[in-house]
Write a protein that binds this ligand. Structure first.
Ligand code: ZN
Length: 412
């Protein structure tokens, strides 16, 4: 089935309508998971859905499914979507774009009276950003069986409320939503998202076919010396943990140097103890965050850190421990091919790309055919009020999602 053209003006209007909910003076949005603005954004989408005759269902983790029925209601649905929550000072397109691409695909099918065999669904995943309840991608993790529901519901947010209490507010605002189970079978899962990086814009491509989510290895590194009086202790007798920690950081940065500029190497956390003006630092605890699309490279570099960190210190003891590991996640070749075929047929310049950030779709490749597409975002800026996209790029992304959703759903 070759899908008709999506309605680019409607798609853009819907983005602007959602951008008014939780709008900030800087031009972005603030919608934390289950807060009043995020619930209102769900409500607006629900109103649009009900006006089109679509059905609503909410699962126990707070994921909302908007459904357009197919001729075979027993068939597993083709599902696409993303999230409506934002960073505390977030932009207008992160998440929203993926939700609206799926919704536009369903509206386009509705406009043209297309009949599909499988149901089409637009999903809004709960708490993707993790900016109120940590970690992020929580609703999708529970739906996919990667986290227990009890653990999610008991998670306490920064404001002292639990995830379960937040979810009650969402449920109260969506009385029309039927209950949906966890661990639902999907025929396929798609997610469209803004790139949140500079590559598509630099290359002039409209569509990035995402081949994988890069891997992520985090190491806790501690440098332990000895506290001393900063006036009394001669330099020759000190074991200054801060001075050695600098050597360790510099040495590891050198060891992990990457001419290809693919590796992401960050000391995002660096805590000096006791952090007092007249005390020689006795201890430094830091977190090294390594990200790379290639699993072997992450293993090699992390192991190199374990092996070499002690040797980079002059006097102090250095310990290294892995604290988290996410292997790279590869998306399904057949879905990547379908996205690429649609982009080619529509005449949209495309490239293969990997995802630097985590997304809800990352939980699903082991469960159903799964894929992602990116569109460019202005200057690669995201998680920021200045986040912006070209309306023509948004329409191109929605078109590809519509093409592939309809192809996968089959004619009714
Ligand atoms: Zn996002």
């Amino acid at each position: 089935m070759s899908a008709p053209l999506v309605d680019a003006a409607r798609l853009w209007d819907r983005h602007m309508s959602l951008a008014r909910i939780g709008a900030t003076p800087e031009g972005g949005v603030r919608r934390l998971a289950f807060d009043a603005a995020e619930v209102a954004a769900h409500r607006l989408l629900a109103d649009w859905a009900l006006a089109r005759g679509f059905a609503l269902a909410l699962d126990p983790a707070g994921n909302l499914f908007v459904r357009r029925e197919g001729t075979d209601p027993a068939a597993a649905p083709v599902v696409s979507g993303s999230h409506l929550d934002s960073q505390p000072s977030g932009g207008r397109f992160d998440g929203v774009f993926g939700v609206l691409c799926a919704f536009e695909a369903m509206e386009t099918a509705e406009d043209r009276g297309l009949v599909t065999r499988r149901p089409l669904e637009c999903v809004v995943w709960a708490n993707e950003e993790g900016s109120r309840f940590r970690p992020g991608c929580m609703g999708s993790a529970v739906q996919a069986g990667e986290m227990t529901l009890a653990e999610a519901l008991a998670t306490v947010g920064d404001d002292g409320a639990t995830y379960g209490e937040g979810l009650d507010a969402l449920r109260a605002a969506l009385p029309e939503a039927a209950p949906a189970p966890l661990d639902r079978p999907f025929a396929a899962l798609l997610e469209a998202h803004i790139e949140q990086g500079p590559l598509l814009e630099a290359g002039g491509e409209l569509i990035g076919v995402v081949d994988r989510v890069q891997g992520h290895r985090r190491l806790d590194i501690s440098v332990v010396g000895r506290e001393d009086h900063s006036g009394g202790a001669p330099l020759s007798l000190r074991k200054d943990a801060f001075v050695d920690a600098i050597e360790v950081c510099r040495g590891l940065a050198e060891l992990c140097r990457d001419e290809t500029d693919v590796l992401r190497f960050t000391f995002g956390r660096f805590v000096v103890s006791p952090n007092a003006v007249s005390v020689v630092p006795g201890r430094v605890d830091m977190v090294l965050d390594l990200r790379h699309p290639d699993q072997e490279e992450l293993v090699r570099l992390g192991d190199l850190v374990h092996a070499k960190a002690q040797g980079l210190a002059r006097l102090c003891e250095v310990t290294v421990a892995d604290s988290s590991w996410h292997a790279p996640v590869a998306f399904t070749p057949a879905i990547r091919e379908a996205l690429s075929r649609s982009a080619a047929a529509r005449g949209f310049a495309q490239r293969e790309i990997y995802s630097g950030g985590g997304h809800d779709a990352r939980w699903f490749p082991g469960r159903c055919p799964t894929g992602m597409l990116f569109i460019p975002c202005e200057n690669g800026v995201s998680h920021h009020p200045a986040e912006n996209v070209d309306p023509a790029h948004a329409a191109a992304g929605a078109q590809v999602i519509a093409d592939v959703m309809l192809e996968l759903a089959g004619e009714g």
